[in-house]
Design a protein around this ligand. Structure first.
Ligand code: WTA
Length: 651
């Protein structure tokens, strides 16, 4: 594991204690929470669960039979009920639940009352389409209010949603629908992105050519005429027609705490994405409490998480966590540079956003655009900033605090994963002294450690593997339909603990510094992409014989993909094929997986046993001195490859 560059070691000495005014008003400002949680972790989570509504109280907080945890065993609840009905009995019924802005500029505000009605209508429409408790519903939508409405409607009737990010291709959608055996797809005629129309419905039509389980498609009219879509008679229904006349009331199913809530597909180290399974009770309590404490959420906050709901961040920290807290959550459909590079800051100013949660990639992009863009707007309502998705370099952290936070706000760097469901390592902003670039400490009760491959904790300031030694409420309950893989990927790697796939080190104060993935998962602009997935996409092209994909450092995106490709026809380097290959990957997976660089090569560096040496390809891509080449079958391959790579970059 590599050590960190000198500059960031120096930065570690810069620390930021919580400003006194912030600490005084914070929900959590007493260090004893950690100790109390350590002494009685189950009592800690039971107290959080008591804030929420249960049709039947749990018998036991936790049953732990590794690798399966059951939380709030025997409890019956409904997360949509907790996100909606629970608030309708108080003044919150008239409070803005979702403040939405479309990319073209439309605005919509849904109060808790409005949102509950829409969710009920949608739930009744799903029932009318034959969706029942336990059925899977695929959701492939732009960032419009109907997306959380659809999710909550599924949760209300006990159907399992699987949201597929709108940037994924028709083929990626098809594979996820088939793996989940979904019965219904909910989509829109399109979405807006940087002024262009994203043809969601057309992708659905392509996907549905090979999805035997789908019976109906519900289509939101987002674009109108310009979308020029075709509705298939008998299969496709317009959302507004299907909801028309539906009752405003739909009883919430009493779900078992361990009933499935959703499946969310994420990339791993094989060619096939994994369906991460989350259940109801523990996930609800975990996202509820982390949202409340980490974002210090108060009744009058205007909270904005800029993620797309197609990723786990949107599930936990746009939809379920904030709504379970009765918060006002902002949702924006489009990109930060449309029509100008100050769109985010315009939104912060327009709605008086108080808490902003975004990704390091976005921050690095803002740095590149320059501080004049945020400076045009009054950002003084902001009182807390957060980041997620990838390691944040101290420079970006400092810039964020200064130019967005006015040198005043705490910045919470939150570490977690699709699998963890909830934030696990993060400051508590009223309590934790911050170090730029560090996610600081595990949330109360979370037992994170940095260990070697045998599971033995490594000394401070030494890199190792980040593992979790005790279960937490929102943890994954498996990989959909593949228990063996669940065991093997997360539990067999290091004895007795959950393996995160991340490298980390702890400093002398016990602060965690995340060092990035240690497996074949690449984090491109905060999006997880498996190199194996991109490799299989490449080799599915008729001209490709072999492909090796690696992650390389990228100034804005954190990491970018580089592909080394051998063509079947002997590989006379033919440059026109490069664009074709990149497009092919976009078609197989989605534009986010397009490699930044594709290098055609007659040969790949391999060991004598035929294994591609990706480590050497990484050295080439990042311009490092080549590591040990003595095990290569033909060491000259790698040297000529390096020359070609550098020529290519220069040209
Ligand atoms: C990375 C996103 C450093 C990490 C919530 C993890 C981070 C992967 C951080 C999960 C952070 C997420 N600092 N790295 N604060 N947050 N990561 O499943 O490598 O899309 O394993 O979940 O993102 O990505 P995922």
């Amino acid at each position: 594991m590599s050590s960190r560059p000198i500059e960031s070691l120096l930065d570690e000495r810069r620390v930021f204690a919580p400003p006194e005014a912030f600490a005084n008003q914070a929900l959590v400002n007493d260090e004893s929470v950690y100790e109390r949680a350590r002494r009685d972790p189950e009592g800690f989570w039971a107290r959080a669960a008591e804030d929420l509504h249960w049709f039947r109280r749990w018998d036991a907080v936790l049953e732990w039979t590794p690798p399966y945890a059951r939380w709030f065993v025997g409890g019956r609840t409904n997360i949509a009920y907790n996100c909606l009905d629970r608030h309708l009995r108080s003044a919150r019924r008239n409070k803005a639940a979702i403040v939405w802005e479309g990319e073209p500029g439309e605005q919509r505000v849904l109060t808790y009352w409005d949102l509950a009605r829409e969710v009920n209508r949608c739930a009744n429409a799903l029932l009318a389409l034959g969706v029942r408790r336990g059925d899977r519903v695929a959701i492939y939508m732009p960032m419009i209010p109907e997306l959380p409405i659809a999710m909550l409607a599924c949760a209300r009737i006990g159907a399992v949603h699987t949201v597929v990010f709108g940037g994924f291709s028709a083929e990626a959608l098809r594979d996820r629908i088939n793996d989940a055996q979904a019965k219904v797809v909910i989509t829109a005629d399109g979405g807006f992105r940087r002024g262009q129309i994203v043809p969601l419905k057309r992708n659905v039509d392509h996907a549905l050519a090979e999805t035997p389980t789908i019976q109906h498609v519900l289509v939101v009219r987002r674009i109108g005429e310009a979308a020029a879509i075709h509705m298939v008679e008998g299969r496709d229904r317009w959302w507004h027609r299907a909801l028309d006349g539906m009752g405003l009331d739909c009883p919430a199913e009493e779900m078992d705490s361990e009933d499935l809530l959703y499946i969310l597909y994420t990339s791993g180290t094989t060619g096939k994405p994994k369906g991460i399974v989350h259940t109801t009770g523990g996930y609800m309590v975990g996202t509820y409490l982390t949202t409340k404490w980490i974002f210090d959420l108060k009744e009058d906050d205007v909270y904005w998480c800029t993620a797309d709901i197609g990723w786990v961040t949107g599930h936990s920290y746009i939809v379920y966590g904030p709504l379970a807290n009765g918060a006002t959550t902002v949702m924006y459909e489009g990109t930060p540079d449309w029509p100008e590079k100050d769109r985010f800051w315009e939104i912060v100013e327009r709605y008086g956003v108080t808490v902003l949660y975004t990704a390091p990639t976005a921050i690095r992009t803002f740095i590149k655009w320059g501080p004049q863009w945020p400076a045009r707007h009054d950002l003084s309502t902001l009182r807390l900033l957060g980041t997620v998705g990838e390691p944040i370099n101290p420079e970006a952290w400092m810039w964020y605090r200064r130019h967005i936070g006015g040198d005043r706000t705490p910045v919470v760097d939150t570490w977690w994963q699709t699998e963890t469901g909830m934030i696990l390592i993060s400051p508590l902003p009223g309590l934790t002294t911050l170090k730029p670039g560090s996610a600081t400490r595990p949330f109360p009760t979370i037992d994170a450690e940095v260990v070697d491959e045998k599971g033995v904790p490594v000394p401070p300031n030494t890199g190792g593997y980040l593992v979790l030694r005790r279960p937490w409420p929102a943890m994954l309950r498996g990989i959909y339909g593949d228990p063996a893989r669940f065991q093997q990927i997360y539990w067999d790697r290091i004895p007795g603990v959950y393996f995160t796939g991340d490298g980390a080190r702890k400093d002398d104060d016990g602060y965690f510094w995340l060092l990035g993935r240690v497996d074949d998962v690449i984090n491109v602009a905060g999006h997880r992409i498996g190199t194996m997935e991109v490799e299989s996409a490449l080799v599915s092209h008729p001209r490709v014989a072999e492909a090796a994909v690696i992650g390389m450092h990228h100034e804005i995106k954190g990491q970018a993909l580089a592909a080394f490709v051998t063509l079947k026809d002997g590989g006379t380097p033919d440059e026109s094929v490069i664009e074709e290959l990149r497009d092919h990957v976009a078609e197989k997976i989605g534009p986010i997986a397009k490699p930044d660089r594709v290098l055609l090569t007659a040969e790949l560096p391999k060991t004598r046993s035929g294994k591609i040496m990706r480590r050497l390809l990484r050295d080439i891509a990042e311009g490092r001195v080549l590591g040990d080449t003595t095990t290569l079958a033909d060491p000259t391959v790698v040297h000529s490859l390096r020359e070609r790579y550098e020529e290519d970059a220069g040209g």
